[in-house]
Design a protein around this ligand. Structure first.
Ligand code: COA
Length: 381
């Protein structure tokens, strides 16, 4: 083969690398199915715990299965003392994604089933990570503010407890609901960069925690999960002014977008490798954002949201992705901007684990080829 005849697909764009039965992303119809169910229906009718169970077990749980799963999750919520010590040893300036990545690695290093990659062991490790990651994220949110750990409450569901551990007070039911919706929407999205990273690591027959640790590293980048943080930085750069009307905020956002695009900037929260006509998850997340804007009485955020979106649409026809409504939603709930991608981690652990187990079920080492473009062969004298 010579280089001229080889077609290289940069970024693996358009390359189908394997089969998956976990989720189906259909850009033609802007739809997303988890194990066959439209994600919008799951977000409207199911809890995040039910969706996690579905992703790992192919089917939604019965009442008894859900009760057993919830009991297991509630029993694993406390922050592990070793993880806490490691977190406390990290500088306060450490990015929370690096904290999450480190915590996942520590959890793996001391897991009693660390070297066991049987399906049974991986289900245990997955459930442990799922239950424990909210404590890591919540404690990191508090540590950044000089606040102490809040112990979990076993009388609350996953999302209510997550918010409780983060802020030390019970969140309103509509806030819990919006948070749960965000967790469901972030849970799974086929062969995205972090999931593929997890599958590559798994394909070497490395362990589940190594795959999750690597996936967290991939998710951190602003072209992937880090975009939800970047959206909030954009809002901050434009300036959030509480006294402003919706139209005034929209006009300033529009002007900002026009400048950014004239400088050929990539504006985070817009565009998608697969969806080109709009992200299937956005309408559901936008509805949750609208409820939060109403709940917290912050219409100026909607002005910025609308202004950026319409200016991007008019100029380039590029639609928002899930990170666009998720960023301001988490901001309204009270999270620091740097905590947004760790929230995504807590959710996406579900999808990563499903893919890790699927990869192991029919494994083949992932090792693509490259086309050499360096100097011709030469020799030392
Ligand atoms: N802002 C401005 N222009 C954008 C854009 C954005 N967010 N996303 C895509 N474009 C433009 C590109 O500049 C390019 O224009 P050109 O043809 O004039 O060069 C065109 O649209 C195609 O973009 P490309 O980067 O090739 O698409 P892709 O499929 O490789 O990239 C993303 C997809 C997600 C990496 C890209 O849209 C992006 O960087 N978005 C911002 C990051 C983000 O929100 N990520 C979260 C994804 S869920």
């Amino acid at each position: 083969m010579n280089n001229a005849t080889i077609e290289v697909r940069k970024g693996l764009a358009g390359v189908v690398v394997d089969f998956t039965a976990i989720s189906k992303v259909n850009p033609e119809t802007n739809s997303l199915l988890y194990r066959g169910y439209p994600v919008q229906e799951l977000a409207a009718q199911c809890s995040f715990e039910e969706v996690a169970y579905l992703l790992w077990n192919d089917e939604l749980p019965t009442q008894e299965q859900l009760a057993a799963f919830a009991e297991q999750e509630r029993a694993g919520r406390a922050l592990d003392p070793v993880v806490r010590r490691v977190m406390d040893a990290l500088p306060i300036t450490t990015h929370p994604m690096d904290v999450c990545r480190t915590a996942a690695s520590v959890m793996g290093a001391q897991h009693p089933l660390a070297e066991d990659s049987s399906r049974e062991a991986n289900m245990v490790k997955t459930a442990d990570l799922f239950a424990a990651m909210p404590a890591v994220v919540a404690y990191e949110q508090r540590r950044r503010r000089g606040q102490d750990l809040v112990e979990p409450r076993s009388d609350l569901g996953y999302s209510a407890n997550f918010l409780w551990m983060s802020f030390g007070e019970e969140a309103a039911p509509e806030v819990v609901e919006a948070f749960d919706v965000s967790m469901i929407l972030y849970a799974e999205h086929s062969f995205n960069a972090s999931t593929f990273t997890g599958r590559v690591i798994t394909s070497t027959l490395s362990d589940l925690h190594s795959a999750v640790t690597g996936a967290i590293g991939a998710l951190k980048g602003p072209l992937h999960g880090g975009a939800n943080e970047a959206v909030m930085h954009t809002f901050d750069e434009i300036g959030i002014r509480s006294e402003e009307s919706l139209d005034e905020a929209a006009a300033r956002a529009k002007a900002w977008m026009e400048d950014a695009l004239s400088e050929k900037k990539k504006v985070m929260g817009f565009g998608h490798r697969v969806y080109k006509q709009g992200d299937s998850r956005v309408p559901t997340m936008k509805a949750a954002l609208d409820k939060m804007i109403a709940h917290y009485g912050r219409p100026e955020l909607l002005g910025l949201y609308n202004g950026l979106q319409s200016a991007m649409d008019e100029a380039k026809g590029i639609k928002p992705n899930l990170d666009y409504p998720a960023g301001p939603t988490y901001h309204l709930m009270g999270f620091d901007t740097e905590m947004f991608t760790p929230l995504f981690v807590a959710s996406r652990i579900t999808g990563w684990a499903a893919h890790i187990m699927e990869q192991l079920g029919s494994n083949s080492l992932i090792r693509p080829l490259s086309s050499y473009s360096g100097v011709e062969e030469r020799h030392l004298r």
